[in-house]
Design a protein around this ligand. Structure first.
Ligand SMILES: Nc1ncnc2c1ncn2[C@@H]1O[C@H](COP(=O)(O)OP(=O)(O)O)[C@@H](O)[C@H]1O
Ligand SMILES: [Mg+2]
Length: 240
């Protein structure tokens, strides 16, 4: 499975006072970091792609195919949130299994693949635990395991590691980059940390007040900030 393109074509969405407009094409198989101040509309952008929100106007296309009216379960997407990715009353195994079989009725082949992703994500041996019996990092690994198993060509992550300490966050970022390299999913990750974007992203999308102001290579982000005051303000003075 390789990534597919995602296009938001003059997509308009409104929450009370803020009108958001997204017009952007995500290339297949690239890894994007979405950055911007709190309230910029980053989560809304992902929710529109995932189908949890519907635009007032405009279109959302996957590989050129219009899926603006398609429900979340029928989009070629997996989504990972900052927290609450898991059902608290279900075991690790079941939380992963429902990614492919919502009724929990897995085939022998499904079970073989679940074992494989448990190994791959370092969760083997923990499959009978409940989410409450795991660390925050392990819980996010379960969410990643489910996305791996679902094998949807677009992977969306909304500040997935913001609640983790630095060392664990770096491990998890490496893991996202590794999944991305292996599977070639089109990956769109919201992060508020420029260092995360610099570490793994191929493109950085900068948003402010419901609009996309820039899409650039991470290496060019600081140079771009000299022409874009909103980005300069967001990044703050260069660290010494
Ligand atoms: N459920 C909601 N109801 C009303 N306004 C909302 C809701 N969710 C978000 N907003 C508003 O929409 C704007 C963008 O929110 P969001 O996409 O969550 O931003 P970000 O993820 O960049 O912090 C913010 O001004 C926020 O207050
Ligand atoms: Mg958000």
């Amino acid at each position: 499975m390789t990534g597919i393109s995602v296009t938001l074509e003059r997509t308009i969405f409104r929450y009370e006072e803020l009108e958001m407009l997204f017009d952007i094409h995500f290339e297949p198989g690239n890894l994007y970091a979405i950055m911007g101040p709190s309230g910029a509309g980053k989560s809304t952008l992902l929710n529109l792609v995932a189908g949890f929100e519907s635009p007032l106007s405009g279109r959302i296309l996957f590989d050129g195919q219009d899926m603006t009216g398609t429900g979340p379960d029928r989009r070629p997407v997996s989504m990972i949130f900052q927290e609450n990715n898991l059902f608290a009353h279900l075991t690790v195994w079941t939380n992963i299994a429902i990614g492919v079989k919502p009724d929990g009725r897995t085939t022998a082949e499904d079970d073989r693949r679940i074992h494989e992703v448990l190994e791959r994500t370092g969760l083997a041996g923990l499959e009978h635990r409940l989410p409450g019996e795991l660390s925050g990092g392990q819980r996010q690994r379960v969410a990643l395991a489910r996305a791996l198993l679902r094998n949807r060509p677009v992977m969306l992550l909304d500040e997935p590691f913001a609640a983790l300490g630095p060392a664990l966050r770096h491990d998890m970022l490496d893991f996202v980059a590794e999944i991305h390299r292996d599977k070639g999913f089109t990956t769109i990750m919201v992060t508020h940390l420029p260092e995360d974007a610099l570490a793994i992203a191929e493109q950085v999308v900068f948003m402010d007040e419901g609009h996309i102001l820039a899409c650039t290579r991470p290496a060019d982000m600081h140079a771009l900030a000299q022409q874009l005051p909103q980005l300069a303000r967001y990044l703050g003075p260069p660290s010494t």
